[in-house]
Design a protein around this ligand. Sequence first.
Ligand SMILES: [Cu+2]
Length: 485
Amino acid sequence: MATRREVLKALGALGAVGASTALSPLKAFGASNDTSGVASFTQPLNIPPVLTPTSTTSSTDYYDMQVLQTSASIIPGKSTPFIGYNGMTPGPTIKARVGRQAVVNVYNGLPATTLGGATGKIVTHLHGGHVPSASDGFPTDYVNPGSNRTYTYPNNQLPSTMWYHDHTMDVTGPHVWYGMAGFYLLTDSVEEALNLPSGAYEVPLVIQDRKFNTSGGLVYNKTMNGETGDVALVNGVVQPYFNVAKRKYRFRVLNGSNSRAYTLALSNGASFKVIGMEGGLLSAPVTVTSITLWPAERADIVIDFSGVAVGSNVTLRNTQVSSSSTVYNLMRFNCTSTATDTSTVPSTLRPLTRWTASQATVTRNFTLSGGMMGRNWTINGSTFNANTPIHSSKLNTIERWNFTNQSMLNHPIHVHGASFQILTVGGAAPAATHAGWKDVVVVPAGMGTASILVKFTDYTGKYVMHCHNLEHEDMAMMARFDVVA
Ligand SMILES: [Cu+2]
């Protein structure tokens, strides 16, 4: 169990947010007309604390985490019940190094039934992790309330922006909505030697939409299209502000929303550099003025504020929606100081060999369908079956997976066990930003197609692939596949 001190400390992290911001009955100018009622850009950005190992050996860092149902002052003056790793949402950030194993012991401190009426059974998945089957968080590898499970993460993979989140069969949507997600950042000496912005200038940002009732409670409904909210939160804070200096920052941006996609752009129209996505660094930075992230996608970006005057600000926007939407403005960067900047964004980041279609020795076809008249979502016509693999993939074999989306909604498909390369989306080669290692591919609606190349290595056993619209996942758009020797 978490000690009282740990819970109070966790609450303090969120409770301090906007503690001085009194909620007026009349919203202040710039107030967000959303169900939180919190005025935009009045709350400081929360940066989740880095989790300290409970012990360390020459090869391994050991961590303990407790999953707790607790509450925090996300809306000033109100108390929001949520589920948090160590009583926080987002949970604490795990910082790991390639070649050093992380062993994470997760204790389930939830009641038998938790928020939203969901079961208190949990499963923890390291999203993006190349890990043994037993540590992958298979959706029926339940950890019951009062029990714990130890997950081993070897970190024998490329450095990347990963995240851990709940993966319990049928209730991943509510569990994540109510708070069960956190960052897991993996690095190595090669990446460090690039001299990218680091330390206080390297900031993880998880974007999540939520909605609240008048008491401050989160409202969740399992909807066929996927649950969305009208309130934009970044790192658990409603439309926060972040004070920046006139220099470069590296932001590891995660779309941690259940089903909403965001197109990220800056209010000053400035370009920024995408240096990586889910599976790690691109071979070279790609300069863009916007990037779209579907659920579970990550963008590792560098924004240069050196051209922004001290005293002015830049808003991070979501241009997927109109400017009148309450989830148009996500957060604001207030330029408050000057700073020396010795960081660089090298023109080449990390060598990346693109596989070709001809290297695939196995081709598999998947149809994505369902969603009509309240029926479940399916892969190859089947709902999730935890006991029967849809196929078996051989170790060390490049496979081509072709997806066809027979439904009228996009499906961001996530594959466990290995990062992959996108061969085509809608028949075309991926954009340069999406041409590196990925673990989510968006298969466009209306008979849209996508093809990926994937190779499983090191570990045999059961894994899953699924839609990362979490309501689609909970409504069975998931398949077990096995990796065999
Ligand atoms: Cu879907």
